[in-house]
Design a protein around this ligand. Structure first.
Ligand SMILES: Cc1cc2nc3c(=O)[nH]c(=O)nc-3n(C[C@H](O)[C@H](O)[C@H](O)COP(=O)(O)O)c2cc1C
Length: 233
């Protein structure tokens, strides 16, 4: 069976994307090293994501409190489940994410709000502690930024990497690697240097076998003291 990578694109800039330029090199290198890699692409600015409002919000709270959903609500919630299933149907993730206002673009936040659902990506134990349900997966995030946040004092303004580490770590994906391409918008020379250095880093990261022995599974068996996931029929 092949190893499945989901490439989640969170920039609307298509071929003009700075982040995408480095992600493309990474994808080429990964394809070369891992022949059984299959890539699915989810372009978040082009995707028709399910609403995280209206009936789906009512359903979210109904499911959390064990209430039944009527037919229309189940149909609508099915779109949330399909989005979650597409996410879980991958062994590896590549995130292509520019920094927007010190954080992530709204399309990615929206996607996270759609998929990070209790009973699906995390569950509470008897003491109320949340546990991530997504195991044995790896993620690489390529981010790019107009300025440089690698050193103080600007490092404190980087809410993109800490947020991505927190939210994906929360659901159980703790094997994360970041390539932060910066600064992109300060000068032509700095931009060229940043690309050169990021592309070198990407190439040596793959060449050093960062993803050797890739996982081939999705979700772990859920411990009996956690609420089971509520995947509907
Ligand atoms: C809406 C918006 C907000 C941005 N906010 C920031 C920011 O807070 N800090 C920063 O350094 N660059 C910021 N930028 C610049 C981008 O992060 C930078 O140009 C990046 O390389 C764009 O990546 P892309 O070409 O893949 O979309 C912003 C760009 C846009 C469009």
């Amino acid at each position: 069976m092949s190893t499945r990578l989901l490439h989640i694109i969170a920039t609307p800039r298509g071929l003009a994307s700075n982040t995408g330029r480095v992600s493309s090199v990474l994808l080429e290198e990964l394809h070369e090293r891992y022949e059984d890699l299959t890539v699915n692409t989810l372009d978040l600015f082009a995707a028709d994501l399910p609403a995280v409002a209206g009936v789906n919000i009512k359903s979210k709270y109904a499911l959390m409190t064990g209430q039944p959903l009527d037919e229309a609500a189940r149909t609508s919630w099915g779109e949330i489940e399909r989005t979650i299933e597409q996410f879980l149907d991958a062994d590896l993730y590549l995130m292509t994410v520019p920094m927007w206002n010190f954080s992530i673009p709204y399309a990615l936040k929206y996607y996270i709000d759609a998929i990070v659902q209790p009973g699906y990506l995390f569950a509470y134990d008897a003491t109320g502690q949340p546990h991530g349900l997504v195991h044995d997966k790896r993620m690489v995030c390529v981010t790019s930024r107009g300025a440089d946040y690698s050193q103080p004092p600007t490092a404190a303004l980087d809410f993109a990497e800490p947020y991505l580490r927190t939210i994906f770590g929360f659901v159980g994906i703790t094997d994360l690697h970041f390539f932060n391409v910066q600064p992109m918008d300060v000068s032509q020379e700095a931009r060229r240097d940043a690309f050169r250095s990021a592309i070198n880093d990407v190439r040596s990261w793959v060449a050093n076998g960062a993803w050797d022995g890739m996982p081939d599974v999705g979700i772990d068996e859920i411990p009996s003291d956690l609420n089971p996931p509520v995947i509907l029929d």
